[in-house]
Design a protein around this ligand. Structure first.
Ligand SMILES: [Zn+2]
Length: 447
C-alpha cells in the first residue's frame, strides 16, 4: 500500500477507479449509475483517510471538508471562508482513467499533505458527479447544481433508455425537489482550483510537465442545413444538379481553412444526408458545427465568416443554406489571483522562474465554467502523452503527477499566504518540506 499524499498513491487510485465501470472491457461511468455510486463510496473512504469529513450533496456530488484548523468538519460552518479543490468522476464512453479522476485524487492527496497545517480557510475536495454529459446530453450537471444553476427544464431530458433525469434522481436515492440544497453560497467561497490533464499537445511539445490555465473556451454549436434537390442519380446531368452534399462538402473544407486562418477550432462532427440512397442525388444535408476560440470575439468573428461562406456556396450551387444555433457558452477567464497562485506553485515545484511558467487556454470545457458563477476559478494543467484524451490510451507519467502534486500543494499555500497577509503564522513554514523536485527545462513564453 503506497502512502497517501504521493504520486504512486495517486496513480494507483486512478487505476482503482477504472473498476467502477458499466462495461467489462472499457471504462464508462455515467451520472446517477450504480458505478457512480460505487466511485463515490471509494472516494469517500480516501477522503476520510485524508482527514476530511464527507457528504454526498443533493445532486450526487461527493464532498470532503476540513476546517481551517485542520479538523474534519461537516457540515460547513456558514460564513467560514472555504477553498474548494476538485474535478469530476464521470467519464465519456470508452474513456481514459485520468480525465477528471486525476484532479479529484490529486486534490485528496493535497488535503492529506496539508492535514496538519492550519490554513486561513476551510479546505474542501469535490468529486463532481457529471461533467461530460454522457448520459443526459447536458454537460456540467454536477457543477451546475453546486453553483446554483440547475435548470428545471432539464428534468425531462431522458437517457438512451428513456429514463428521465427526474427518474434517475429517484433511483439513485436523491430527491429532485431538493436539488437546490446543493447550491453553494458564494459568500463562503475563496475559490475553486482544479488540476486536470491538458487533453492537448502544448505542454508535451514544450517539454513542460505543467502549465496554468488562462481561460476556458466556451463553445458555440450549430446545425447547418443545406437544401438542394433530390433527383435520379442516372438521369440528372451535372449541369442540372443541386446536390446538397457536394455543396456541404465544399462548406466543410472551407470551414477548416477559415478556422486555421483565424487560429480557432472548428469541427463538423456529424452529417446526415437525405434521402440517403445510393442512386439518389442528396436533396438535403444537415451538419453539426462546434466552434471554439481563445477569445469569444475571435470565435464569433469566425462564425460570421463561416455563415458568409455558407451563403456564398449556396448561391454558387443553387442550394439553400440555413442554420440554427444549439449551444452558446461564454469563455471563462481564470482569476488573476488564482492564476498567480498556480503559477507560483508550478515555479516552486519545477524550479522555473516566474516568467518561465507557461499559461495556456483550454479549448476543452471544465467544471470551472459552472463554478465561475459562485467563485473565482483557477486550473493547473498536467502534460498527457500525445495530447490524447477521451480514449483509453490517455496517459500521464508518474513523475509529472509528482510534480503536479507539489505544485498543487504549493498553490494552496500561496493562496493561504495571500489570504492571511499579516501575522506570524506563515503557512508554508508549518508544512513539512516536500521532497526536492528536479528542476525541469522550461521555455520562457507566457501567453
Ligand atoms: Zn474532464
Amino acid at each position: 500500500m503506497t502512502d497517501i499524499g504521493t504520486a504512486a498513491w495517486v496513480m494507483a487510485r486512478c487505476a482503482d477507479l477504472t473498476r467502477h465501470s458499466s462495461r467489462p472491457d472499457a471504462l464508462e461511468r455515467v451520472y446517477l449509475s450504480p458505478e457512480h455510486s460505487a466511485a463515490n463510496t471509494a472516494v469517500r473512504a480516501w477522503m476520510l483517510d485524508a482527514g476530511l469529513d464527507t457528504e454526498t450533496d443533493a445532486a450526487g456530488n461527493i464532498w470532503g471538508r476540513r476546517s481551517a484548523d485542520g479538523a474534519p468538519q461537516r457540515p460547513a460552518t456558514p460564513g467560514e471562508p472555504t477553498l474548494v479543490l476538485g474535478s469530476h468522476l464521470d467519464t465519456v464512453p470508452d474513456a481514459g482513467r485520468y480525465d477528471g479522476m486525476l484532479g479529484v485524487v490529486l486534490a485528496i492527496a493535497v488535503a492529506h499533505r496539508l492535514r496538519e497545517v492550519a490554513l486561513p480557510f476551510a479546505l474542501e475536495v469535490v468529486g463532481f458527479s457529471d461533467e461530460e454529459g454522457t448520459r443526459f446530453g447536458k454537460a456540467l450537471l454536477g457543477s451546475c447544481a453546486a453553483s446554483g444553476q440547475w435548470d428545471p427544464a432539464w428534468w425531462d431530458q431522458a437517457d438512451a433508455d428513456g429514463v428521465t433525469l427526474r427518474e434517475a434522481f429517484a433511483r439513485f436515492g436523491l430527491a429532485p425537489d431538493r436539488v437546490g440544497d446543493a447550491a453553494r453560497d458564494p459568500a463562503d467561497l475563496v475559490g475553486y482550483l482544479e488540476a486536470h490533464i491538458e487533453q492537448g499537445p502544448v505542454l508535451e511539445a514544450r517539454n513542460l510537465p505543467l502549465g496554468y490555465v488562462t481561460t476556458i473556451a466556451g463553445a458555440r454549436r450549430f446545425v447547418l442545413t443545406v437544401t438542394g434537390e433530390a433527383r435520379h442519380a442516372g438521369g440528372t446531368p451535372f449541369a442540372r444538379r443541386r446536390d446538397a452534399l457536394v455543396a456541404a462538402s465544399h462548406l466543410v473544407t472551407r470551414i477548416e481553412e477559415l478556422a486555421i486562418a483565424a487560429d480557432c477550432l472548428a469541427t463538423v462532427g456529424d452529417i446526415h444526408v437525405q434521402p440517403g440512397a445510393v442512386n439518389v442525388i442528396p436533396g438535403r444535408a444537415e451538419l453539426t458545427l462546434d466552434l471554439r476560440g481563445r477569445t469569444d470575439a475571435g470565435r464569433d468573428a469566425l462564425w460570421e465568416q463561416i455563415a458568409a461562406a455558407g451563403r456564398g456556396i449556396a448561391a454558387e450551387r443553387g442550394v439553400a443554406f440555413e442554420f440554427a444555433e444549439t449551444h452558446r457558452a461564454p469563455s471563462t477567464a481564470c482569476a488573476d489571483r488564482l492564476k498567480a497562485a498556480v503559477a507560483d506553485g508550478i515555479g516552486e515545484a519545477t524550479g522555473a522562474a516566474p516568467g518561465d511558467v507557461l499559461g495556456l487556454w483550454s479549448p476543452a470545457g471544465h467544471d470551472g465554467m459552472a463554478m465561475d458563477a459562485v467563485t473565482d476559478v483557477g486550473m493547473l494543467f498536467v502534460r498527457c502523452r500525445d495530447g490524447i484524451s477521451h480514449h483509453p490510451d490517455e496517459h500521464v507519467e508518474p513523475e509529472d503527477v509528482g510534480v503536479a502534486l507539489d505544485a498543487f500543494t504549493a498553490a494552496v499555500l500561496a493562496l493561504a499566504r495571500e489570504h492571511r497577509p499579516a501575522g506570524p503564522a506563515e503557512p508554508s513554514a508549518l508544512v513539512e518540506p516536500a521532497a526536492p523536485v528536479e528542476p525541469v527545462e522550461t521555455l520562457g513564453e507566457v501567453r
